[in-house]
Design a protein around this ligand. Structure first.
Ligand SMILES: Cc1cc2nc3c(=O)[nH]c(=O)nc-3n(C[C@H](O)[C@H](O)[C@H](O)COP(=O)(O)OP(=O)(O)OC[C@H]3O[C@@H](n4cnc5c(N)ncnc54)[C@H](O)[C@@H]3O)c2cc1C
Length: 307
């Protein structure tokens, strides 16, 4: 039963990734063709909307988040392969625990973010995006169900904090956090502008994830309701930081590839995505940690106001 559910949940997570990718491609093509407004450099000529900084920001937010989600889904899939096939039984057990931790994250984070990405796709198209014939609303409608079926994303988050983190005293989550911290030396050595900025956001993100994880383990025995109120923000925090860690690895590989004379356009795109992710997405991690650890106060009082 759990094997079937794990596979189905990974597949639904990939549904989020797939729809997000298609929504990005669709929005990017439209933005390169649609002319509206003037460039900020003072020239009179009408420009394609992908020249406007805010449209570029939207397009990059779609691309970078999709790349991070895809990286995490593949990382979980590789762990699943090792859990089944590694020759060492201890490694198989360790990888299975990692898969169990990551499955609800891949399912819920990739579908919640897929919805966000498809929604941004509509915004890129402006009024045309609201019109059915543009094709953009279809992406949002298709991915919207993925947060509901195969266990709602709220239930995935409850599974993560309860069965996957609190019940094993955060052991697997802490092991993953230690792996993430292991990248710091390579980022420090790289000394590039991009990898320097990525390192800063990643360190803050990992610290936030570690703090929230410790808080869940310490708080769950005495106040499980408080922990449950932070379940969804915690799942988002874990997805966001794990995705940022894998994007940082991609940035290091891209820098190395550039030095070795690899495909410049592809590798520069990777670096830009990773840098965007660090400056625009990963920086949300400390705020999410605060929501996890303080969120219960108002949630606990909600509904009692009239009493
Ligand atoms: C288009 C579509 C296709 C579907 N296909 C299938 C299918 O092929 N096979 C199948 O078996 N099912 C299928 N479903 C059913 C789907 O899995 C359920 O709709 C889903 O699990 C949510 O259950 P529910 O609708 O009863 O909502 P509810 O369980 O009533 O949930 C409502 C809200 O309350 C929250 N909630 C409920 N319990 C808790 C709790 N204990 N703690 C915290 N929050 C909670 C939920 O997260 C949700 O936000 C499909 C549904 C749709 C809409």
């Amino acid at each position: 039963m759990f094997t079937m559910m794990n596979n189905a949940r990974l597949a639904i997570g990939l549904e989020g990734v797939g729809v997000a990718e298609r929504a990005y491609q669709h929005a990017r093509t439209y933005a390169a063709e649609r002319k509206q407004g003037r460039a900020l450099d003072g020239s009179d000529e009408s420009v394609a909307i992908d020249r406007h900084p805010d449209v570029r920001r939207m397009l990059l937010s779609m691309r970078a988040q999709t790349e991070a989600m895809r990286a995490l889904a593949y990382y979980a899939a590789a762990a699943l392969d090792a859990a089944k096939r590694h020759e060492d039984e201890a490694v198989r057990r360790e990888k299975q625990a990692l898969v169990d931790l990551l499955v609800p994250v891949v399912k819920a984070w990739s579908t919640d973010t897929g919805i966000e990405v498809a929604n941004t796709g509509i915004q890129v198209l402006g009024g045309a995006g609201y019109i059915e014939e543009s094709g953009a609303p279809q992406f949002l409608r298709d991915v919207r169900i993925a947060a509901i079926y195969e266990g709602t994303n709220g239930i995935q988050a409850m599974d993560l904090i309860g069965r996957k983190v609190a019940r094993e005293d955060g052991v697997t989550a802490q092991a993953l956090i230690a792996d993430m911290r292991g990248l710091d030396g390579s980022l420090a050595e790289a000394q590039g502008d991009d990898t320097g900025a990525i390192r800063e956001s990643l360190t803050e993100g990992i610290d936030a994830l570690a703090e929230a994880t410790d808080w869940i383990v310490a708080t769950d025995p005495e106040n499980p309701e408080a922990v449950a109120a932070g379940a969804v923000p915690y799942l988002r925090l874990l997805g966001l930081v794990a995705g940022g860690w894998l994007m940082a690895k991609a940035a290091l590989a891209a820098e190395e590839g550039l030095r070795a004379g690899g495909d410049k356009a592809f590798l520069m795109d990777k670096l830009v995505s990773a840098r965007f992710y660090a400056d625009h997405v990963l920086v949300q991690a400390p705020a999410l940690c605060r929501t996890v650890t303080r969120g219960w106060n108002a949630v606990g009082r909600f509904g009692d106001e009239d009493a």
